[in-house]
Write a protein that binds this ligand. Structure first.
Ligand code: PLP
Length: 425
């Protein structure tokens, strides 16, 4: 079986990334994001003339004879690089093809697929930080990220400061001589707060600090933080990128100077992606452009409907002028995504009755897939958090997070309307 050789360490334009596969001519123009989501990293594989990239489902790669193994090891020692595949944890052609496609989408030089979004965060932080380093995270970020930095990383001697996502002056003031990294989501979960990426990158560059953005909620279709000078981007590929609520994966993209460091240790950490999972991500990516376009449009329609409904107290959606970060979102995002958070004008029990009256979404803790999902964050993500701590984060019992799938917006709105109508507050 032919292996895909991934030029992981060389920066190539998205057009070239597409044209280098299988001696195809360079595309007539720099390809758009949907085109890249389909074609980047896809080798026109001569294997049985298969239109679909094969799943190379193996844990090890064979040498024809001992001398070939010796040549391979000699070359590896001399160059520090692998000229072919050796063992599943060090690389897989199906996985590498998807990594190339994800790098092209994020405008990165390289991408590393890992086994979950949390693996992308923990791997990056454990590799980039050492005992004695200081980390800054913004608040309103994914709950488990906060738990990881405040418990686990502390055990390893890494200090962490949490600063409000809307206070860049406060963030700069929190930088210390030993600050190595700033980690932020944008948009955040669940309040969709947006951090000004250009301003953040400027502060970090001036102060010699690395930046890592969790861009899961935006997707590369709506925002590409690397374009603003951010050093590394990660996504929970479990969400929009794979898009079907059927697998777990994460990805880190960025300059190859940084991803090379991550990749070397990643093969030791071992949180690799199975080739079949990689294939399913590639399959999901084929419709990313269509799905996100639909979810952006539905997100805005649903948020507008909810904002005008008397039984809804408040809506958070970055595409609404009422959102505190609407101006930042408009500056750096081309669409505002498919997650809408809102408070029912009643108590937590009323919110639960509303959620239970909905007929289309599943009550489930994820987002970005084809099926709509709904949760009350106080019940699903923050159930174990003491109520006073939860309230300090703004997570009230009546808060609902609706993650839109690809159902028609009118159907979702009709469902929301009937559930709200049945609410007697
Ligand atoms: C913004 C964000 N980052 C990271 C993660 C973790 O991703 P995963 O569940 O794939 O480990 C999640 C999961 O919900 C998330 O919402």
């Amino acid at each position: 079986m032919t292996t895909v050789t991934t030029p992981a360490n060389t920066h190539i334009s998205p057009a070239a990334q597409i044209s280098t596969n299988g001696n195809r001519p360079t595309p007539a123009r720099e390809p758009g994001l949907s085109t890249r989501a389909l074609h980047a990293g896809v080798q026109r594989d001569p294997f049985h003339h298969s239109l679909t990239p094969p799943i190379v489902q193996t844990s090890a790669y064979a040498f024809t004879h001992t001398a070939a193994a010796v040549d391979f090891m000699d070359e590896r020692m001399r160059t520090g690089k692998r000229s072919r595949q050796e063992y599943g944890r060090y690389g897989n052609p199906t996985v590498q093809a998807v990594e190339q496609r994800l790098a092209a989408l994020d405008h990165g030089e390289d991408a590393i697929l890992v086994s979950s979004g949390m693996a992308a965060i923990t791997t990056s932080l454990l590799i980039l930080l050492s005992a004695g380093d200081h980390l800054i995270v913004t608040d309103d970020s994914y709950h488990k990220t906060r738990v990881f930095v405040n418990t686990f990383l502390r055990r390893f001697g890494v200090e962490c400061s949490t600063v409000p996502a809307d206070d860049l002056a406060g963030l700069e003031a929190a930088i210390r001589p030993n600050t190595r990294l700033i980690l932020s989501e944008t948009p955040t979960n669940p309040f969709l707060r947006c951090i000004d990426l250009e301003a953040l990158a400027d502060i970090a560059r001036r102060r010699g600090v690395l930046t890592l953005i969790d861009s899961t909620f935006a997707t590369p279709l709506n925002m590409r933080p690397l374009d603003y000078g951010i050093d590394l981007v990660m996504h929970s590929a479990t969400k929009y990128l794979a898009g079907h609520n059927d697998l777990m994966a994460g990805v880190i993209t960025g300059r190859s100077e940084l991803t090379t460091i991550l990749r070397e240790s990643q093969s030791m950490f071992g949180a690799v992606v199975d080739p079949t999972t990689a294939y399913n991500i590639a399959r999901g990516l084929q419709t990313l452009g269509l799905r996100v376009e639909r979810q952006n449009a539905s997100g805005l329609a649903v948020a507008t409907f909810l904002e005008n409904h008397p039984k809804v107290r408040r809506v958070w959606y970055p595409g609404l002028p009422s959102h505190p970060d609407h101006a930042i979102a408009r500056k750096q995002m081309s669409g505002f995504g498919g997650v809408v958070s809102f408070e029912i004008a009643g108590d937590g029990a009323a919110a639960s009755r509303f959620v239970d009256a909905l007929r289309l979404p599943y009550i489930a803790p994820s987002l970005g897939g084809v099926d709509s999902l709904v949760i009350q964050p106080a019940i699903i993500s923050y159930y174990e958090t003491p109520p006073e701590e939860r309230l300090a984060l703004g997570i009230r019992d009546e808060l609902v997070r609706f993650a839109l799938g690809i159902e028609e917006a009118d159907d979702i709105i009709a469902d929301l309307a009937q559930a709200l109508n049945r609410l007697h507050l």
